[in-house]
Design a protein around this ligand. Structure first.
Ligand code: NAD
Length: 535
């Protein structure tokens, strides 16, 4: 018997998860998931994936030219696809820290490594009082599919620490972060080739810097690549220009890819183009702020912002993201009282706008909200903001959902660039700037001399050739930021095309999520096949 046939049998207990592209119940009973919001987050992610699994399975079988029966092919395909869905490993740690007032507190934290089909595993660290193991598992699974979607060669992971960062002093947060890093390190859950965390809700460059420092001063002290153990670091610690804004920039590219496509726009009833569109964002943190910035820069108008303590609107003039960012920074992290907008008690998720960007927590768009949404496009800056039941309603109402595993993949894409930079120990552009500048100046000089030789008897300076302002700006070659941003733009545009191709191939209409999962699953499948899990 082939090893895959054996594998196929071994994983048959996973089969209730897979059912030919239809929504099915993990318990095997009647499936209520398409009408109810009440399923766990990780079950929700698996159900999104398994809907695509059936489509991928059929394609694998139809394209398999070997002279074996269809049943045999199906068992083999299911064997590998069944391997992709479950979470490989979850670490739960509980550790003490001493608070500033001398009290001892026990902190609970998790790290889930969903997939090791590629290494290292990659995924953010979230600080939130609502963190659960289920949430961390769900986010880790999403990371696997997200990385595959945008061709970042990592497996998925995620960490969550169950604390409210607003309730902790900087000293306490540093203690929590450093101790958590030690726990990860002792148990093989961090390392440049093993598992590489990044920022997520409630964390940023500061926390990543503590993680890098703790790891490289302890277990990583003999590893020259130790700073590649985490991404999203400050620049002096090996961070990369453009990482902080990357997720929001990616959200913008994801919207642009679909909203400039005449077919998709006519499907949802809007005119192509971002300029002139109105948008609302939920969560004005890292992802929300930068999504706003790029949309605003392109001429869209931010008419509302929802935060955890207040919602604000300004339909007339729009809200300036930079002014709101500055206000938030100088107002203890709150947007309450911002003079450039009015407070409102309206639920802005359902308010009038063209584009809605959930950029806070998961399961915010429930069936009830979905019925009332007025936006034409929902771009998922957050992970898992739309429930299965809500998505079905949105699709029925011809509202386009740009799914998380594509829309917010800009962060992990640039994290990948940062990791590569750390392994190379050189910043992008450093080796070529001078050479490019010299080459470009030689080119201008050569053109000038040729023209002078032909038209003015070789009189030096008679026909001055000067660079245009645009060429002058690029004459010294691309900066790290230019390279990162163009790499991100290319990645997002290419992934959008892949999603559009899958939509056409499987006739998925506005079901961009299933199309994205199809793309991701096919890629992961081929990795397993190439790894020798074949016959
Ligand atoms: P963040 O902590 O920087 O910002 C989150 C913001 O949302 C905060 O300002 C918070 O006050 C606000 N918020 C929390 N609950 C809210 C609610 N119920 N209503 C309105 N506002 C609320 O976090 P972030 O890094 O911007 O992450 C936001 C989402 O984007 C998360 O789902 C995260 O997993 C996802 N994401 C983040 C990144 C990244 O690079 N940071 C990458 C991919 C996905």
């Amino acid at each position: 018997m082939s090893s895959l046939l054996r594998l196929g049998r071994r994983v048959t207990n996973l089969r209730p998860l897979l059912s030919h592209g239809k929504w099915c119940s993990m318990s095997g009973g009647p499936d209520e998931s398409s009408t109810s919001d009440d399923i766990g987050f990780s079950e929700m992610v698996l159900k999104f994936a398994e809907k695509a699994t059936g489509l991928v399975e059929d394609k694998i079988i139809s394209e398999d030219r070997r002279k074996i029966s269809d049943d045999e092919k199906r068992i083999q395909a299911q064997g590998i696809l069944g391997l992709i869905l479950p979470c490989n490993a979850v670490l739960h740690v509980a550790f003490p820290i001493t608070k500033d007032d001398g009290r001892l507190e026990v902190v609970n934290a998790w790290r889930a490594q969903h997939s090791h089909h590629r290494k290292p595993c990659k995924g953010g660290v979230r600080y939130s009082p609502d963190v659960t193991e289920d949430e961390v598992r769900a986010l880790a699974a999403l990371m696997t599919f997200k990385c595959a979607m945008v061709d970042v060669p990592f497996g998925g992971a995620k960490a969550g620490i169950k604390i409210d960062p607003l309730e902790y002093s900087v000293t306490e947060l540093e203690k929590v972060t450093r101790r958590f890093t030690m726990e990860l390190s002792k148990k093989g859950f961090i390392g440049p080739g093993l598992d590489v965390p990044a920022p997520d809700m409630g964390t940023g460059a500061r926390e990543m810097s503590w993680i890098a420092d703790t790891y490289s001063m302890t277990h990583g002290c003999t590893d020259i690549n130790s700073y590649a153990c985490v991404t999203g670091k400050p620049i002096p610690q090996g961070g990369i220009h453009g990482r902080e804004s990357a997720t929001g920039r990616g959200v913008y590219y994801s919207i642009r890819s679909f909203i400039r496509d005449a077919d998709y726009c006519s499907e949802i009833g809007v005119l192509p183009g971002i300029a002139g569109k109105t948008f609302i964002v939920q969560g004005f943190g890292n992802v929300g702020l930068h999504s706003c910035r790029y949309l605003h820069r392109e001429g869209a108008k931010c008419v509302g912002v929802m935060e955890r303590d207040v919602s604000i609107v300004n339909r007339e003039d729009g809200i300036d993201p930079k002014e709101l960012e500055d206000y938030k920074l100088n107002n203890g992290g709150s947007i309450k009282g911002f003079p450039g907008a009015q407070e409102t008690t309206e639920n802005l998720l359902t308010a009038e706008c063209d584009i809605l960007i959930p950029a806070a927590g998961e399961k915010q768009i429930t069936a009830e909200i979905a019925e009332q949404i007025q936006a034409k496009v929902v771009a998922e800056g957050a992970n898992g903001p739309t429930t299965i039941a809500a998505e079905k309603i949105l699709m029925d109402r011809n509202i386009m959902v740009i799914p998380d595993l594509f829309a917010n993949a800009g962060g992990v894409t640039v994290s990948y660039f940062e990791w590569l930079k750390n392994l190379n120990h050189v910043s992008y552009g450093r080796l070529t700037w001078k050479h490019e500048e010299d080459s470009n100046n030689h080119l201008l000089d050569s053109v000038q001399r040729s023209l002078e030789a032909k038209f003015s008897g070789g009189r030096a300076g008679s026909i001055p050739i000067t660079a245009t302002p645009a060429f002058s700006a690029r004459i010294a070659g691309a900066s790290e930021k230019d390279i990162v941003n163009s790499g991100l733009e290319y990645t997002m545009e290419r992934s959008a095309k892949q999603i559009m191709r899958a939509v056409r191939e499987y006739n998925l209409g506005l079901d961009l999520r299933t199309a994205a999962y199809v793309c991701a699953l096919q890629k992961i499948y081929t990795v397993y096949l190439a790894a020798g899990i074949t016959l």
